[in-house]
Design a protein around this ligand. Structure first.
Ligand code: GYE
Length: 383
């Protein structure tokens, strides 16, 4: 990659950060390379500012330089070992990486869909080492079993950037960009407490459909929700994995409907796709769910289709997990290429969604939370 291109990327990143302002979708000490939000973009279109003009000029220059770099064969090579294709969230994450690390932007991306197979994921990373790629991106299916392969990456001098799920048994990576899954679980629990109080619900008997066992997204969401359940004396009747898939969610819910018929009033699905499957199972079993019904349905991710189900009064509350990490990964790569040390951990910003009747005040560890009402505009702006 040409030095000039890099400095242009960096200056555009700084200017874009200014334009994006509070529309930035990740929180970290240094301002990330946020793509301006729709609101920021609209505002910018209405009143062109000097900064916007600068960004446009810099972007045009970057595009030209990137095209030249590609023509000169000076692309940045990246391997991405993706979890699989199990959910809407995953589709959005893959698209975000493919859009950002495109040939037009000066990258050569080797994308491997590991189909939720941890062994295949280790093999994919070793393949990237063999190819001598410039950078490796890993979204770890499970959080352990990584130290050996990360040592191999280190020995080969290839920086690793971890996205989304965490690696918990090694720190041999340059940076991680993702979500605080425990906070998501705590948010679901604290919201449920406030919602139950508002609606005079005295007893909570919950069924949990968890994500892929051993994924940090599963561990954090389970731990966070359980912490509140234990504190409040709620009963978690059962927790079985639906592997973050619609099919898995349906199967687990079918068996729950038989085993816990009439005994549960809360279903927690650890992603929207599991919730879609669980709803099919509850429809078939004649169980009524959603705001004002017998069963409170909680979901995570808040992708477009999940929010549509909140709007339709089916999912009672949906706790977002933001899949658009790639722009922040691009900034990490630019920093590494410039010999700078990136932030080790970059947290994505997320929102908690419901319809007005299910919007309640709650706090997490004393920090007041704001909920977002699901409207057609909110759905249209979501991934
Ligand atoms: O919630 C789920 C996906 O790792 C946060 O994986 C991600 C989870 C997400 O399959 O839909």
């Amino acid at each position: 990659m040409k030095k000039k291109l890099l400095s242009l990327v960096l200056s555009a990143v700084m200017v874009a950060g200014l334009v994006a302002g509070c529309g930035s979708s990740a929180s970290q000490t240094t301002e990330p390379a946020a793509e301006p939000t729709e609101a920021a973009a609209t505002e910018a279109a209405a009143e062109p500012t000097e900064e916007v003009a600068d960004v446009e000029a810099a972007e045009a220059e970057i595009a030209k330089e990137a095209a030249d770099a590609v023509a000169d064969g000076e692309t940045i090579t990246i391997g991405f070992a993706q979890v699989g294709h199990e959910s809407d969230w995953r589709t959005a994450s893959t698209k975000s990486c493919q859009d950002v690390f495109s040939a037009d932007n000066g990258y050569d991306l080797t994308f491997v869909d590991c189909d939720n197979d941890s062994a295949a994921q280790l093999e994919a990373v070793r393949g990237f080492i063999e190819q001598g790629l410039d950078y490796i991106i890993i979204d770890p299916i499970v959080s352990t079993g990584w130290d050996t392969v990360l040592t191999e990456c280190e020995d080969a001098g290839i920086p690793v950037i971890v996205i989304d799920r965490t690696i918990d048994d090694s720190d041999k990576y340059a940076a991680w960009v993702g979500s605080n899954f425990k906070t998501e679980g705590l948010a679901a629990g604290e919201w449920l407490k406030a919602y139950a109080e508002k609606n005079g619900i005295k007893e909570i008997n919950a069924l949990v459909i968890s994500g892929t066992t051993g994924a940090s997204a599963q561990i954090g969401r389970s731990d966070g929700f359980k912490e509140i359940a234990d504190r409040e004396g709620w009963t978690i009747l059962d927790e079985q994995t639906g592997d973050f898939t619609e099919e898995g969610g349906q199967q687990v819910m079918e068996s729950y409907c038989k085993s816990y018929d009439g005994k549960f009033n809360v279903v927690v699905c650890q992603n929207d796709n599991e919730a879609f499957g669980a709803m099919t199972a509850m429809d078939n079993a004649g169980v009524k769910y959603g705001p004002g019904n017998d069963v409170i349905l909680i979901s995570f991710d808040a992708c477009t289709a999940g929010l549509e189900d909140v709007k339709a009064g089916k999912i009672t509350a949906d706790f977002e997990c933001n899949p658009l990490a790639a722009p922040f990964v691009e900034e990490v790569i630019a920093q590494l290429a410039a010999g700078e040390e990136p932030e080790k951990e970059v947290y994505m910003e997320e929102h908690w969604y419901a319809l007005p009747d299910a919007i309640v005040d709650f706090s997490i560890d004393g920090e007041a939370q704001t909920m977002t009402e699901v409207t057609d505009d909110v759905i249209a702006a979501q991934y």
